[in-house]
Design a protein around this ligand. Structure first.
Ligand SMILES: *[C@@H]1O[C@H](CO)[C@@H](O)[C@H](O)[C@H]1NC(C)=O
Ligand SMILES: *[C@@H]1O[C@H](CO)[C@@H](O)[C@H](O)[C@H]1NC(C)=O
Ligand SMILES: *[C@@H]1O[C@H](CO)[C@@H](O)[C@H](O)[C@H]1NC(C)=O
Ligand SMILES: *[C@@H]1O[C@H](CO)[C@@H](O)[C@H](O)[C@H]1NC(C)=O
Length: 403
């Protein structure tokens, strides 16, 4: 999810604290910094930054300013000579944005007598500020849609005092998937692991945002409540299938192997978390299959909340919309069509939702309606047809729970 503002605030606070500590710890060492590390610039627009040198340096030093993509971003100065007797230690620098995208402005000192690793600016070049705002709004809406999507099913179970029709494989896979996803999200905010991440992506932002953490932990708790409902309410002869148990045992084995590898120091925790997130992706890939098959076998979607699907569908469509807005605004189509995990999985869950809509409203809508009617008939005419064998189907006990 790419909802940014509060993240930047958190980051800035952390950064200010870090800079203060680093500053007091290493006053003696001359270093550079820009007045900002993240900058948003419009295409065909310019901005002024300042580069500050905190201390004088002995001897002459040449500073080279560079950007990764000259076609995206240029500066009016590309070289600064610092002499021992240098007067100003603050240089204003003008940046020009030429095309949308992400770029990095950095400073290298020759000879490397000045610490310049913090002297960089991540520049986001966008076509439109309005679209960027719209993208944030869309991000919040799908965050809310996905977060509340757990409740219609819970309500449905509570109303019927039954979970007949809700597939247990789906619930089990969902629980494991969200646990792994929470582990990944929380893990990337653990300082030691975050340090590994920054070491690998020196100027990158942590990919996990605060609302990702909230979403995933909330999802675990919501799914746990649904699991509890499966214990307390009428469930017929439903249970987690042998296939699902085998798949989950396989995941368990993989995780155990990964833990051993961490213990043997073959991989670090960051790798472990990434592998867990890949496992979570495979779960997203398969989790809806058992429910779809179950609906097909029962020729009914009774017990499977269509409200849940409606919210999931809304969230999925909006997340795809956000990816497309961002792809246009940051000229970054590769991340949409080049990253099958993000776009492909979003699209796949939308396709599953459409299948569930078809099952609910088209394929089995007549069946759903007829069974509902049937129940009503039984209820209304109960006194007159108490002995009627046709209305009481002892072999088909679970379906009697529909009403
Ligand atoms: C930016 O400027 C160039 C040349 O002046 C122009 O061709 C292009 O359409 C402009 N782009 C935007 C997004 O304004
Ligand atoms: C640099 O300047 C300081 C005083 O500003 C002076 O004491 C020192 O000798 C100078 N060093 C060089 C290498 O010129
Ligand atoms: C440093 O630069 C100044 C001015 O460009 C020059 O006069 C001086 O000789 C240089 N010093 C060294 C040690 O290169
Ligand atoms: C670069 O831009 C800054 C800010 O506008 C300005 O102060 C500076 O003189 C410019 N430098 C050059 C070499 O044009």
């Amino acid at each position: 999810m790419a909802v940014r503002p509060e993240k930047f605030t958190m980051r800035s606070i952390a950064r200010v604290a870090f800079v203060l500590i680093a500053y007091s710890a290493s006053r003696a060492c001359a270093r550079f910094s820009f007045n900002t590390q993240d900058l948003v610039l419009l295409v065909n627009d310019s901005a002024t930054l300042t580069l500050t040198l905190t201390d004088n340096v002995p001897g002459n030093t040449t500073l080279i300013l560079s950007t990764n993509h000259k076609d995206l971003l240029t500066t009016n100065i590309s070289k600064i000579e610092v002499t021992n007797s240098t007067g100003p230690n603050v240089w204003p620098i003008e940046l020009f944005g030429h095309d949308a995208g992400h770029d990095l402005l950095k400073v290298d000192a020759y000879p490397a007598s000045i610490k310049s690793s913090d002297a960089f600016v991540r520049v986001t070049l966008q076509h439109s500020n309005e679209l960027a705002l719209f993208s944030v709004v869309v991000g919040w809406i799908y965050f809310v849609a996905w977060s509340i999507s757990f409740y219609p099913q819970m309500y449905e179970n509570w109303r019927r005092k039954s979970v007949v029709g809700l597939n247990f494989d789906f619930i089990a896979l969902n629980l494991i998937g969200f646990m792994l996803y929470s582990m990944f999200n929380v893990g990337l905010w653990i300082p030691e692991i975050e340090k590994d991440y920054s070491a690998r992506n020196p100027r990158g932002l942590n990919p996990v945002q605060l609302n990702d953490i909230f979403f995933s932990i909330h999802a675990v708790f919501a799914t746990l409540i649904t699991v509890a409902q499966c214990y307390f309410y009428e469930k017929g002869d439903q249970q987690v299938s042998r296939t699902a148990k085998s798949i989950m045992s396989f995941y368990g084995l993989l995780i155990a192997i990964l833990l051993v590898l961490v213990y043997l120091q073959k991989i670090v925790w960051l790798d472990f978390l990434y592998y867990c997130s890949y496992i979570k992706l495979t779960i997203t890939l398969i989790k809806y299959i058992p429910q779809a098959v179950m609906n097909y076998k029962r020729k009914s979607t009774i017990g499977w909340s269509i409200g849940n699907i409606f919210l999931d569908f809304t969230g999925g469509l909006l997340s795809i919309l956000q990816m497309i807005i961002n792809a246009y605004n940051y000229n970054d189509w590769a991340s949409v069509f080049g990253d099958p995990t993000k776009f492909g999985l979003g699209l796949l869950s939308v396709i599953f939702d459409i299948l569930f809509f078809l099952q609910h409203y088209v394929f089995y809508s007549g069946v759903n309606y007829a069974e509902f009617e049937n129940c009503n008939v039984v209820e209304v005419e109960n006194d007159e047809v108490t002995n009627s064998e046709e209305h009481t189907k002892p072999t088909d006990k679970p379906d009697d729970q529909i009403c």
